[in-house]
Design a protein around this ligand. Structure first.
Ligand SMILES: [Zn+2]
Length: 134
């Protein structure tokens, strides 16, 4: 599926499917979920969220778009305006991804990094994987 790009100052409240609304002013990209479920997907452009590449014609987003909060749990890349579907993540992968994101934000914004329950959880996850191979 190919998306069309619309550079806007304000993202309209009613979105059209198959459009990528880009507000450079507000550093955000919004589109309706590519699966067709009609949910709005917001990908903020910040040093620790998404990065946008614009080559004058097409737009790519990095990293991939994972709508883990939506029922469809869609996961895809937007590469040169094209929706490239990626594999679904398991709950463990989603959790690990969230932790990595938190860490990246803490590193970037210089906050104190605390060891928390999420690390214990990750260890539990790793031990479980190890036990599958034993
Ligand atoms: Zn969806």
């Amino acid at each position: 599926m190919i998306l069309e790009t619309k550079f806007v100052e304000f993202v309209p409240s009613e979105l059209e499917e198959r459009f990528l609304y880009i507000s450079v002013e507000y550093g955000t990209v919004v589109h309706l979920c590519a699966c067709g479920c009609g949910n709005k997907v917001v990908t903020p452009l910040t040093p620790t969220d998404w990065k946008m590449t614009y080559d004058g014609e097409t737009v790519s987003l990095n990293p991939s778009v994972g709508s883990w909060n939506l029922l469809c749990k869609s996961h895809y890349w937007i590469e040169a305006n094209e929706v490239v579907w990626a594999e679904r993540w398991s709950n463990e992968q989603i959790e690990a991804g969230r932790n990595a994101e938190k860490l990246a934000k803490m590193n970037h914004y210089g906050e104190f990094i605390q060891k928390g329950p999420s690390e214990e959880k990750q260890e539990g996850w790793w031990l479980r994987i190890k036990s599958w191979f034993q």
